[in-house]
Design a protein around this ligand. Structure first.
Ligand code: GTP
Ligand code: MG
Length: 274
């Protein structure tokens, strides 16, 4: 009987097996040798039972908005796209009970009980910020004529924790007050330039030291603009909440959670929601 063919291959397989064993052992040794670097990673879990807010803000949007021909002081397309991207974030992260947006920023409020990513701060902020940014670019052509922005927009993201319901309400009031102050200033500033023919510098000088009442009066008496009739989205920003809506399918009506836009939020309903 001739020498079986497989016997000729035996040394070859033994060699592979031996080499594998050595390389596995080397890998294990190397792994244990280098593994200590993991201990340098810091623990960043958010304090339990606190409201988690992730806020994203456009980087250098003063330039980005000018480069992309945003209308002044408010661009409906730009603000609409921000809200569209925020809805994409809320679709993905079901623990977000409310979002608030104005200008180039959006705040996402996670329930106190949220356990997503074991409440790891960096995981929450980077995932939200990344999804928001990619959705902003992905859906760009739903709002603007050209296919995509001239260059990639950048948003930063941060996490802020609030222990009490009052802190959370005050946070939202703070962002909404910021929207109001900036919008009243910008509306008057651009009316002085666009309708009053002033240079940006002269408009700035004209507004220096003025109070809200002065700006309201200036808008009304000089430009026939009733500030209180300006669109709510510009004056107050946008609030996104989840609402149960009746949806009928095959004759059966069920309650389905939908993301709805508003400019105010029902404090009791949001804060009571588990
Ligand atoms: P950093 O956030 O510090 O990087 O600076 P920024 O240039 O993004 O400014 P900031 O976030 O303080 O303010 C946002 C800016 O975006 C505003 O000052 C405006 O210049 C611009 N912006 C946001 N929304 C609109 C809009 O609807 N129309 C126009 N024309 N500009 C807008
Ligand atoms: Mg910004």
């Amino acid at each position: 009987m001739s020498y079986p063919f497989y016997r000729k291959l035996l040394p070859f397989f033994t060699n592979i097996l031996f080499t594998r064993q050595i390389s596995n052992r080397t890998a294990v040794m190397a792994n244990s040798k280098f593994e200590y670097v993991r201990t340098f990673e810091t623990e960043d879990r958010c304090l339990p039972n606190t409201w988690i807010i992730v806020r994203v803000d456009g980087k250098g949007f003063h330039k980005f908005s000018a480069d992309h021909g945003y209308a002044k002081p408010n661009d409906e397309r730009g603000l609409g796209l921000m809200t569209y991207a925020a809805k994409a974030v809320m679709e993905e992260f079901k623990d977000i009970c409310l979002s608030y947006g104005q200008s180039d920023e959006y705040s996402f409020v996670f329930r106190k009980e949220c356990q997503a990513y074991s409440r790891r701060s960096s995981k929450l902020s980077t995932n939200v910020c990344s999804l928001f940014t990619s959705a902003f670019v992905y859906h760009w052509n739903k709002y603007f004529e050209n296919d995509r922005p001239l260059y990639p927009p950048v948003f930063d993201g941060r996490v802020v924790l609030y222990p009490s319901n009052k802190n959370l309400r005050d946070y939202l009031s703070w962002r909404q007050a910021d929207c109001h102050i900036n919008n009243l200033y910008n509306t008057t500033f651009w009316a002085l330039i666009q309708k009053g023919g002033l240079s940006p510098n002269d408009a700035q000088v004209r507004l220096k030291g003025t109070l809200s009442a002065d700006k309201n009066e200036m808008l009304f008496s000089e430009f026939d603009i009733n500030y209180n009739k300006e669109p709510l989205m510009y004056r107050k920003g946008t609030v996104l909440v989840r609402k149960k809506m009746p949806v009928t399918l095959n004759g059966v009506t069920r309650q389905k959670s939908e993301i709805c836009e508003t400019w105010r939020y029902d404090k009791r309903r949001i804060l009571a929601r588990k």
